[in-house]
Design a protein around this ligand. Structure first.
Ligand code: PLP
Length: 468
């Protein structure tokens, strides 16, 4: 295949994409497949000779779309969304065409400079004060890992980079059990050791309070351990918990500890000023991560980390061997020095397109609609016999359950086998619950309302095959 053939096929791909999106409401959201079903359709070894694109295309159509769970489906209510607005897809097509590696400024100046400006646009959009700068990672996991490595090195006086961790004091980090497992992973990968991640107890609203954090730090200091950093939850994955950010940041600052806020999902909602009280005090944090690839429409991968002092992170992660030097240009930013990987995609273009194509007003309207529809869906579900709302909507996320775990699990399976909507599970105080998050970029009110109708029908179908 050459570039002239690509011209033809990419037009065909654009038509296919439009038809695919138009067909989504008629498809089951979750792939109705058994494991291995797709792999069995592929030859066991690679072709020795080139194949015609017609045949490759036909196989794609025959095998792939029906083997996918459709993340852009308007009735995708599982996990968190990974939204791809049409304007984002267009930008990604252009990025694909240029296929750059933006590892240093010189290798893709537009990628670096648009990234700087987009991070600042987003800082303003989220209501963060001047002074925060930032970068775009592939994932919140890598942003949090970068923050944890930086906090580790701060605590060690940057000795860990050179000497390693053997002989270093046991460093202690603090987070609530509502934070995402990416925090646990970062702690493990950073060589801190899972047992040194203190899961600070939460209050009745599932928030870490300043008092609980202070008590955990004091207990560690009394035991001769070395507190090194605090990771705060702003919109937990399970049921949307928010720590008391202002109080916890104040405690951390009084203790001389840096803070990192994980707002991977909920951060997008902060473009709406009315939701900002949920993370009040965030401006005191040293590092904040949020994923425009979740709820803003700039598709995966796009995870923004705001930093008050990038110097500490660059000191931790930045290396500049001769082959990466940019002669005589000390003022430029080489973003690989802010992140773990060297190679980096041009992720800022989709932000530029999305922010301009929908405007903050358009994006706010979507998020407000999602929150409003989630509350309406909660009310409809609450009215169904046997359904209990377990956690109330936090932004657009809530959970419900039936009387027993077995019944709730069986209901979830029926809902997802039915395919009109897709939901996933969590545990709340040990109880199996069904999570509902409303956030698909293209969803309409009637899509959300189909949720309670589906649940109602699945409950009614119990008469022909009872739930346990
Ligand atoms: N933090 C929260 C609150 C999340 O919900 C998630 C993923 O859903 C993550 C972090 C990890 O995000 P990523 O997939 O970008 O690493």
């Amino acid at each position: 295949m050459d570039h002239e053939a690509l011209r033809i096929w990419s037009k065909r791909a654009a038509d296919w994409a439009a038809d695919y999106h138009a067909s989504l409401r008629d498809r089951p959201v979750r792939a109705p497949l058994d494991p291995g079903a797709v792999a069995r359709k592929l030859p066991p070894s690679p072709p020795e000779t080139a194949e015609p694109m017609e045949r490759i295309w036909a196989d794609f159509q025959a095998i792939v779309p029906d083997g996918m769970t459709h993340w852009q489906h308007p009735r995708f209510f599982a996990y968190f969304p990974a939204n791809a607005a049409p304007a984002s897809m267009l930008a990604e097509q252009l990025v694909n065409a240029m296929a750059c590696n933006a590892l240093i400024w010189q290798t893709s100046p537009a990628a670096t400079e648009i990234e700087q400006v987009m991070v600042d646009w987003l800082r303003q959009a989220l209501g963060l004060p001047e002074g925060f700068v930032g970068t775009i990672h592939d994932s919140a996991t890598n942003a949090t890992l970068s923050a944890v490595l930086t906090m580790r090195e701060r605590a060690l006086g940057w000795r860990g980079l050179d000497e390693g961790l053997s002989g270093a004091p046991a460093l202690r980090f603090y987070a609530s059990a509502e934070t995402h497992s990416s925090v646990d992973k970062a702690i493990r990968v950073a060589g801190i050791g899972q047992r040194n991640l203190v899961k600070v107890p939460t209050d009745a609203t599932r928030a870490m309070t300043g008092a609980a954090l202070a008590a955990a730090i004091a207990a560690d200091r009394a035991a001769g351990l070395v507190p090194a950093g605090v990771i705060l939850c702003a919109g937990g994955t399970s049921v949307g918990a928010f720590d008391r950010i202002a109080d916890c940041v104040a405690v951390a600052q009084a203790e001389g500890l840096p803070t990192h806020v994980d707002a991977a999902w909920a951060g997008s909602a902060m473009i709406c000023p009315e939701f900002r009280p949920l993370w009040a005090g965030v401006e005191g944090a040293d590092s904040i991560v949020f994923n425009p690839h979740k709820w803003l429409g700039a598709q995966f991968d796009c995870s923004v980390q705001f930093l008050k002092d990038p110097g500490a992170q660059v000191r931790t992660l930045g290396l500049r061997p001769t082959y990466l030097e940019t002669a005589g240009r000390e003022e430029i930013v080489n973003f690989n020095e802010w992140t773990v990987p060297l190679g980096r995609r041009f992720r800022a273009l989709k932000l530029w397109f999305v922010l301009r194509a929908y405007g903050l007003d358009g994006l706010r309207q979507r998020i407000r609609d999602h929150v409003r529809w989630a509350v309406a869906a909660r009310d409809r579900l609450a009215a169904l016999p046997g359904v209990e709302i377990v956690t109330e909507p936090r932004l657009s996320l809530f959970s419900f359950a039936l009387e027993t775990d077995a019944a709730t699990e069986a209901l979830l399976q029926r809902i997802n086998d039915d395919g009109r909507v897709y939901l996933t599970q969590s545990r709340v105080d040990g109880r199996f619950v069904i999570r509902v998050q409303v956030g698909s970029f293209d969803c309409r009110e009637e899509d959300v309302m189909l949720l309670s109708k589906t649940v109602q029908e699945m409950l009614a179908s119990c008469s022909s095959g009872p739930l346990p």
